[in-house]
Each structure stands twice: as C-alpha cells, then as structure tokens.
Design a protein around this ligand. Sequence first.
Ligand code: GLC
Length: 440
Amino acid sequence: MNLYNMRKLQIFFLLIAATHLQAQTDSSKMQWFSDAKLGIFIHWGIYAVDGTSESWAFFNNQVPYSKYMQQIKGFKAEKYNPKEWADLIKESGARYTVITSKHHDGVALWNTKMNDLSIPKMAPAKRDVLTPFVNEIRKNDIKVGIYYSLLDWSHPNYTGFRGDSSRYKIKDDTLRWNKFRQFYQGQINELTLAYHPDLYWFDGDWEHSAAEWQSPLVREKILSANPKAIINGRLQGFGDYETPEQNFPVSKPSNGNWELCLTSNDNWGYRPSDHNFKTPYQIISIFADCISMGGNLLLDIGPKADGTIPEEQVHLLKELGKWTKQNEEAIFGTIAGLPQGHFYGPSTLSKDSTVLYLFVAGTNAQNIYLKGLDNKILSAEILGSNQNLMPQIVGKISWSPVPGLVYFEIPETAKTTYMNVIKITLDKPLKLYRGKGGFN
Ligand code: GLC
C-alpha cells in the first residue's frame, strides 16, 4: 500500500473512532422528554441547615470544611412529607422532576453501601429520604430524574478538594483514581438498581475528561441495565441533551433536545438570605420562551432542612400550575413555534403544525401581528376564555405571492395576570414566507 492509501485508511479509522465516541441518542426514547416541557429540580442537602451555598461554600473557602460538614448534625427532616412535595410538583403541571441524590459535598440522601457519608448513617434524620420521594412521584405518573455529582470533594480518593487545594494528580496515582472510579460508578449502579431512573442528571463533569471519567463505559452500563434512560449532557459529551444553566439562550442552543435549568431565586439550595425570587410572570415568560425554541424548563426549589418547602417557592409553583392548567394544550406535547422574525414573542405549534399558539403578556390590551404567514386562518381565540378574535389582513396584494400582515386586536376584557395564549387554527400545516418582500 502506498503512503497516500495508508493515509486514507488512517483517516477512515479515525472517523469511525470519532463517530463511536459520540453519544448515540435513540430519538424514540426522547419523546416523553420532548413532550414534558416542565420539570421541577430539587436541591436538598445539608447546606440547607445553615443556609450556605450548596457545596461551594467550603470549596470557595467561605466556610471551613469542618464547619460545613457539621451541618449534617442539623439535618433532621422532621417535617418532611414526600407526598406533599409530589402533590405540589403535580399541581405545577410539571411532567418530570430531578432531585439531588448527592451533591459535590458527597453527602448521599439514600442509604449508599459504598461509604458512610449519607443522611441515613450520619444525620439525625436517620433514614433514606430519597426513596419515599421517588415512590410518591411515581404514584403521580411523573418521570423521575436523579441528579448525581460525579465529583466528590469529600471523598479521600477524589482528586479535588477546595478550590485552592487538591489531593493529588491522576498521573501520580492512577490506582487511587481507579478506586475513586469504582466508588462513583458503584454509587451510580446503586441508583440504577434502586430507582431505575427515567433520567440521569449528572453534574460536576468539568473537573475531568471523558477518558478519565470513563464516560462511554458509564453510559453503556446505564443503558444496558436501563435502556430507555435519558442522560443529560454533563457526562463530557456522552449525554443525550444540552443543559444551559441560568443564562437564557438567545438563539436555540441545539437542534436536538435541550433544557434550561433555572433557580427560583439566585441559589439552588435553601438560603434564607436570598430574597431575590423571580416573579410568577417572569418564570412563565421564561418558560414560554423555552418551549418556543423547543426546549424544556427545569425550575429549581430548595427545601429547608426540616423538609418543608419555602413559601415563596410553593407560591411560584402554584401560580405556575394555574397557568399551565389553563393553557395546557399550548404547552404540553407541542413543538417549537415560529422561527425568529415572524412574531415578536414566544409561540408553539401542534405536532402537525396546523395550530399555532402565540404567547402574549396578559397585562394590557394590545395589537399584535404576524409576518409571513402563508396560511388561511380558520379561527382565532384566547385560550380558556371563549373569546374569539378576528384577524385583519393588512397589505396583501392580490396578485403577489407575498402574504399580508395579520393583525389581532387583543381587547381590554382579555386582561389576565400573567400571559394569554392566542390559539390560531390554520387551514393546513404551517407554511411560511421568508423572502425579502417585493413581488416574489
Ligand atoms: C452547577 C453548580 C451546582 C448546581 C448545578 C445545577 O453545576 O455547580 O451547584 O447544582 O449547577 O445545575
């Protein structure tokens, strides 16, 4: 074989290797996730005792490690009522939930056999607080997501500790790193056997590469035991969807699935000093924007150490629930709406794209309009109000293929606290004109 052919062969094998290194997502297993739209994230851990920031408090030297860990002695969960949690999640309209089984501080909420750092073994709560929640959630037909931090700043065999001090480097002690890998993969295995999660929500992957974590192996082990499981994107390239965090994407982050995880104030866990709660209107408009771009919203709450959920978060979830209930058909089971440029606001479409839903602020009477809609409108109404709207077509030239502008006047009587949804039934699947105007 000459040099040229050898090079070609080399490239061929490299390409094969590269495709095998990408996570292969079976799109059929993603269907429930695409339809689910709303999830509730729960950060519950010992950090709620003093109201410090979850795990980061000692990592960033805001609190000495020993003081941080002392919080475990205050984790009583004496008012914990997992049925109430599940009822509230149901009421919000969420179709899935994700709960922290172990954060970066290494404290497990379930009765892990891999080490002793767990709530059942070390906290006055003295019991597995994860299993009863998972059971209640399943009774409500809500999908179960388990958050698990790959890194573990408390584990003696983990490389990293605080931001300014680490334990060792992998290259200096591969045996020690192997021991840690056995530990963390053993915990994931326990979670698989105990909960058969619908979704594995990993975190903390940034401290090591896919090869160091053995991400392909982790993925393979999960999927061989739990073939329909979805894995979030934090396994160094071996997950099924992207997870932008806090920062709202201006353009669609992915052509596949994605999910924005968002705190309800500025912290993931319970922090009584943080009063910067988002309003229900803000949450609802962010949510509408997510689904408009084909994404999900994973909205976080941080229960207290006694097991109660802060009242501001209860209020948020209840208000969100009223809205999702009224506008259910525009939210769940829909697909991304109009591409940018056709309507100044979020929108969604029925799966066959014959029904268009526009989301507009409900607090004032206003005129809205659509550009480039190359369909006939059969009817238009404000969802949940029995009010029909009459479209007015403006600027249509009879002999030109360019569609006119469609104006709707939303009357004073349609005012509502959060957002209105305008349901527009089209004559056929959505057809858009995206030209430059003029005569063609
Ligand atoms: C970040 C933070 C972590 C939080 C997570 C939620 O990775 O490190 O504390 O749990 O985001 O998405």
